[in-house]
Design a protein around this ligand. Structure first.
Ligand SMILES: Nc1ncnc2c1ncn2[C@@H]1O[C@H](COP(=O)(O)OP(=O)(O)OP(=O)(O)O)[C@@H](O)[C@H]1O
Ligand SMILES: [Mg+2]
Length: 399
């Protein structure tokens, strides 16, 4: 279906899945680009008017929404991201788009047109996130202006069409009570999590991909007293703690000349000079593990990070693998980690459910090996069950 406006512009979907005429969108985009500053919603509406369309107020509002999605947002994917139940949007091909809704993957009935249009969309989104995506730099990890996390890969590195993965960002952290109400934190574990933060214990939030680590860490950082300064070090600025004193350091890649990269390890070292009360590493996934452990071992209590690990038992091996990247051997890592870290909060994802499965303590055993020992787990039905590490955790938390 298409409709011709008074100015002769076709405003309905000519390209499947696109809701506004591409030439109108391009014209509006060019008009906004000349301004040189990030456009606001009002600017977009003004640019639509200035493009010469003579429309009724309702049609103008509809067109404005479609153009805004194209110019400011994720285009035809924006309505999917706007659904509060959708956490991820995955594009495999123009007519192969998936969403994760309430923890389950399902096909989205969206058609993005051609492979070239998917590529164009990915390149534009990368640019909106301040990154480039082209044949010389065919992968991108960026954060869009509205906080959505973008990952994209161009072919031939992507085997087929351009692959786009979007992770919707909640604008507001969940409060711990909300996570309890949603069944993500067993009621009996909430006081332990509160005590971890209050006692300035240093801890890791571990879990598999997409298990809710960043979400839980944001909720826990929201519990940090307001008179403490939190320095968050991240790749893409996903942590959204509800806290009055948070500053962020964001890593960045090299520019076209291969210069200007600022990595996480460097940022951890910079953070030490910024009078942090809490050093937070959004995701520990490389050699920066050495720097963060060193920071936590030099008087910076109460720091935390997330770490990919399938079970809490896997945390030592995962830390060892990352430490090896920094040239730290197993014994040195065990010594550093056991004195730097006090607890691991592990998340599990079963089907559509994400929940805290256990809280464990970090220590070295008699032979010097790094051990993560369950202090409190969760039985079916959400009942907390104390385990061998409980006494050590309770001592540390003063309970
Ligand atoms: N308890 C929850 N209830 C509802 N949605 C949740 C919950 N925990 C996380 N989510 C949603 O699930 C998605 C994944 O969560 P999050 O980004 O915290 O996971 P992650 O483990 O940090 O992922 P990654 O491994 O990619 O870093 C997000 O969109 C988030 O809003
Ligand atoms: Mg995360």
């Amino acid at each position: 279906m298409s409709q011709v406006s008074g100015a002769g512009l076709v405003v309905a979907s000519r390209v499947p899945g696109r809701t506004a005429d591409p030439s109108l969108v391009d014209g509006v985009r060019a008009r906004l680009a000349r301004r040189g500053t990030p456009p606001t919603d009002a600017d977009v509406t003004a640019a639509v008017r200035a493009a010469g369309t003579v429309l009724g107020s309702r049609a103008l509002a509809e067109l404005g929404t479609a153009v805004r999605a194209e110019v400011l947002g994720a285009g035809p994917l924006q309505p999917l991201l706007d659904d509060p139940d959708v956490t991820d949007v995955l594009v495999n091909a123009p007519d192969d788009v998936w969403v994760e809704r309430a923890g389950r993957l399902e096909r989205a009935g969206v058609d993005l047109g051609t492979a070239a249009q998917v590529r164009e969309l990915a390149v534009r989104l990368a640019a909106a996130g301040g990154q480039r995506l082209d044949d010389a730099s065919p992968t991108v990890d960026a954060r869009l202006p509205d906080g959505t996390r973008l990952h994209a890969v161009l072919p031939p590195v992507a085997g087929g069409c351009t692959l786009v993965s979007l992770r919707a960002l909640r604008q507001r952290a969940f409060a711990l009570e909300e996570l309890v109400a949603a069944g993500a934190v067993a009621p009996g574990l909430a006081p332990v999590l509160r005590a971890l933060v209050a006692a300035r214990a240093s801890f890791l939030v571990s879990g598999a991909t997409g298990s809710g680590k960043t979400t839980l860490l944001s909720a826990l950082l929201s519990l940090v007293p307001g008179d403490q300064r939190i320095v968050c070090i991240e790749e893409s600025g996903e942590l959204t703690p509800d806290h009055p004193h948070v500053v962020r350091l964001l890593a960045r890649g090299a520019n076209v000349d291969g210069a200007g990269a600022v990595g996480l390890a460097e940022l951890v070292r910079q953070a030490l000079r910024m009078r942090p009360d809490r050093i937070v590493l959004g995701e520990c996934r490389g050699a920066e593990v050495r720097d963060v452990l060193m920071a936590l071992n030099t008087g910076h209590d109460g720091g935390c990070a997330t770490l990919h690990a399938n079970t809490a038992r896997d945390v030592p091996a995962r830390l060892e693998a990352l430490a090896a990247l920094a040239g730290l051997d197993r014994a040195a890592l065990a010594a550093q980690a056991a004195s730097a870290l006090e607890a691991v909060v592990h998340l599990r994802r079963d089907g559509g459910r994400r929940y805290v499965a256990e809280i464990a303590v970090v220590r070295r055993d008699g032979s010097g090996e790094l051990v993560v020992e369950t202090a409190v787990g969760v039985a079916p039905g959400g009942v907390p069950v104390r385990a061998a590490g409980w006494a050590a955790l309770a001592r540390r938390l003063g309970a």
